[in-house]
Design a protein around this ligand. Structure first.
Ligand code: GSH
Length: 336
């Protein structure tokens, strides 16, 4: 009996693994990548005036589609609330989650999901009305604070304010749009979320100049993709696409020159772009996967500047998201 049960458990485990390993095959068979994104967060993932999704997270979805399917346009975007995002991945509704999601211990170990590399180092910030004359977190003692449900921010807020003996009343929202409305209508003294999200949100406020984001942040918010546990090949693919974009920036490979660089003489660049080596094979991809991704969205620096940097309304500095050899934390594992 015991042996029978053990065999059944082993068979179940095998089926689980077999299913989990199927994302790449499923994406290829479908011909479309199903990417989980936010519901509308300027700079990361939001539909533009023509209804087309744009942003840093969206560019990652596009890079994956280009690497895996040879066409950055073959993406179906699934907008998800903070609460619903991980369930959508667990149940197989989406292939990958690129949704300003913070990597944490509990999410790494408790959800049956795998965390990919950090593609944006962020921190939790606070937006206030400029005329409220609040310049730091201590100035928020006794404040009413708007916060989104199902985020890392609820916990950070409580920890920090209690730790500093500051009083606050949270007003918790399930939907981000209602949170913005409430804040702009003056229902809260401050609104808290990832500093990048605040910068994005304020660009679409009726009077952006009336608000400011405090310089102080209260947490580390390492944002990155999530995939299902057990699908190592797919998780690797997502990770290495990020590495490729970072490595491309380090070696001066851009959207415009990638094709020419593939025919160049630098051995590292030749391996990265698939001119030499067999680096597509172990991922189950074409050898030109990284070249295709870079031709579709550019290198990491180009993705950053276009969506959230100087070429965007957010105007965020590279800071921690700069390359490792420029004082930042973006560091690709070698293509060797
Ligand atoms: N990085 C945080 C917060 C992510 C998050 O969902 N933020 C909310 C607001 S604080 C958001 O951006 N929502 C955008 C949307 O739902 O469209 C986390 O992973 O928990």
């Amino acid at each position: 009996m015991k042996r029978l049960i053990l065999a059944a458990v082993a068979a179940l485990a095998l089926t689980g693994t077999a299913q989990a390993q199927q994302t790449l095959a499923a994406v290829k068979a479908r011909g479309t990548l199903i990417c989980g994104v936010s519901q509308g967060f300027a700079g990361f993932s939001a539909p533009d005036s023509r209804g087309e999704y744009r942003g840093l997270d969206v560019d990652y979805c596009r890079a994956v589609a280009a690497a895996v399917l040879g066409d950055a346009g073959k993406v179906r975007y699934v907008p998800l609330t903070a609460q619903a995002r991980f369930t959508a991945l667990q149940t197989g509704e989406i292939d990958v989650l690129f949704r300003n999601s913070t990597q944490t211990y509990s999410r790494a170990t408790g959800l049956g999901l795998a965390q990919g590399p950090v593609n944006f180092y962020d921190g939790q910030g606070f937006a206030v009305r400029r005329d409220a004359n609040v310049r730091n977190i201590a100035g928020l003692d006794g404040a009413t604070i708007c916060v989104a449900q199902g985020t890392t921010h609820e916990l950070n807020l409580g920890d920090t304010f209690r730790g500093r003996n500051l009083k606050f009343s949270p007003v918790v929202f399930e939907r981000i749009d209602t949170m913005y409305e409430a804040f702009y209508a003056g229902r809260c003294d401050a609104m808290t979320q990832d500093a990048s999200a605040l910068a994005g949100a304020l660009t679409s406020a009726r009077d952006p100049a009336a608000y400011m984001v405090l310089e102080e942040t209260i947490s580390k918010e390492p944002l990155g993709p999530f995939t299902r546990n057990g699908d190592v090949q797919w998780t690797n693919t997502i990770a290495w696409i990020h590495n490729a974009l970072v490595e491309a920036e380090e070696y001066g490979v851009t959207q415009a020159n990638a094709q020419a660089q593939a025919a160049g003489t630098n051995p590292t660049v030749q391996r990265l772009l698939g001119t030499t080596g067999e680096f597509g094979k172990t991922l189950g991809l074409d050898n030109a996967w990284a070249l295709n991704a870079i031709r579709a969205v550019g290198n990491y620096g180009e993705v950053f500047e276009r969506n959230v940097g100087q070429a965007s309304p957010l105007k965020l500095a590279r800071g921690l998201n700069g390359l490792w050899n420029h004082g930042g934390l973006m560091y690709s594992i070698p293509f060797r």
